[in-house]
Ligand binder design. Structure first.
Ligand SMILES: *Cc1c(COP(=O)(O)O)cnc(C)c1O
Length: 430
């Protein structure tokens, strides 16, 4: 399968090159040259398949034979070593829990899949790769865990000192092996700037093969299609129209759902639920796309002022505003509303949602006010324990640590403290 750059000024590449490069040389995101719908019978008979079987059918055309069937199947079953339960919250409202993986956020799926693809492409150990990422919280943990122990891959993660939650910091700094954490005296933007500078610094790139592991990488983006189909499989009533509400930041997750729809998954509408960072809701209202600086909120994994994957969404809908507006609704919610939703979910449905999931729930409720006769699924993208500092004061209850967190919370943090870009450079080159 070939991938082209959405900036259209770079050559087409194979899946392997798209994964290793991350971004095209013209700074465009890669997009698959073809998308072929799966046979109708696949969805009609969906109950007959296991999760790994579904995932294989969904992803195989995008790999295009570059990973042999046997190896691809083992990458998939390694990736999907946890559950994806669909839970009924109230009539016709479900949540798809994506937080049962090792770092308790949906990013585990993409990170684990990508790590195993890179490892496959490096099976002869002939080109060691360094994955360099900046994180504001969730990405780093998922990448660290996903790449832990993967042969031929070193991981360097930059995070802003004192600006990630305690649980998140432990997830970044306690793994050891091929995972190195750099604690940066600064903000997430400072970390991000350092990473970008490193990618353009030939002193570094002449010596080491750098790659990024953020959601623009096709190997992180595409496996997110899997669980939209898993949700469909679990729905009892498949004849009622299905709406997905996705709490969105960089819009990679929702964009994967749209790809699943392209494959034939019967999704009626998408709802992109956002916090105060409302570039997309404003765009759908005004047709004016205007990226801005991000605003800090309690659902901080979605604090994005310029969503990197939106350009892929435009491509999926042929850069046609009307087509897009027909399929996608988008609403923005305040932190106040988000806390209110967490409280009502807890009181009325005995469900503890994290702030991101709560935004997804709000999006679905708002859509259903106007549209009857549909059933909706909102994605619960992280476990509430990852945002304890926000959730506990709202519901006034202590959330016990799940097993994954117990295992790391008392481990010793190991991180190198840095202040400047030169310190990062020295660290990479030593
Ligand atoms: C990353 C993240 C999101 C946003 O996902 P996008 O694909 O960037 O839209 C939502 N919730 C949580 C918990 C996240 O970590």
């Amino acid at each position: 399968m070939n991938y082209y750059s959405l900036n259209k000024k770079a050559p087409k590449v194979s899946f392997q090159d798209a994964v290793i490069k991350g971004l095209a040389p013209d700074k465009g995101l890669y997009f698959p040259e073809e998308i072929t719908p799966l046979p109708k019978s696949f969805f009609e008979n969906i109950n007959k398949y296991t999760y790994p079987e579904i995932a294989f059918e969904v992803i195989k055309q995008f790999i295009g034979g570059e990973i042999p069937e046997k190896d691809l199947k083992s990458i998939i079953s390694d990736t999907l070593n946890f559950e994806f339960p669909l839970i009924e919250i109230e009539k016709d409202i479900y949540t798809l829990e994506l937080f049962h993986g090792p770092t308790m956020a949906f990013k585990d799926v993409g990170a684990r899949f990508m790590a195993r693809c890179l490892s496959y492409f490096n099976k002869n150990n002939d080109n060691e790769i360094t994955v360099l990422v900046a994180t504001s919280g969730d990405t780093g943990g998922a990448v660290a865990s996903g790449f832990l122990g993967v042969k031929g891959v070193n991981v360097v993660i930059l995070y802003p000192s004192k600006k990630v939650s305690n649980v998140q910091e432990k997830q970044l700094t306690t793994l050891g092996k091929n995972i190195k954490a750099l604690e940066v005296d600064g903000t997430f933007d400072d970390c991000h700037k350092m990473v970008k500078t490193a990618f353009l610094d030939s002193d570094i790139t002449d010596k080491i093969q750098l790659t990024s592991a953020n959601s623009i990488n096709v190997a992180r983006w595409l496996p997110q299609m899997f669980y939209f189909v898993f949700a469909y499989q679990q729905l009892k009533n498949k004849s009622k129209k299905i709406v997905f509400s996705i709490p969105s930041g960089n819009f990679g997750n929702i964009c994967a759902g749209m790809m699943a729809q392209k494959l034939g998954l019967p999704i009626y509408k998408f709802i992109a639920a956002t916090n105060a960072n409302a570039v997309v809701p404003i765009y759908l209202e005004t047709e004016n796309y205007h990226p801005v600086d991000s605003i800090q909120t309690i659902s901080n994994a979605m604090d994005v002022g310029d969503p990197s994957n939106f350009i892929r969404i435009q491509e999926i809908y042929d850069n046609n505003f009307r087509k897009l507006k027909k399929q996608l609704h988008s609403y923005s919610f305040t932190d106040y509303k988000t806390r209110e939703a967490m409280l009502s979910l807890y009181k009325d449905s005995n469900y503890i949602a994290d702030p991101h999931g709560a935004v997804g729930y709000l999006g679905l409720k708002k859509y259903k006010e106007k549209q009857s006769g549909v059933q909706g699924i909102f994605l619960e993208t992280a476990h509430p324990v990852k945002f304890l500092e926000v959730v506990e004061p709202v519901i006034k209850k202590t959330i016990p640590y799940p097993q994954q967190i117990k295992e790391i919370i008392n481990k010793k943090k190991e991180a190198t403290f840095i202040k400047t870009y030169d310190e990062l450079k020295m660290f990479l080159l030593k």
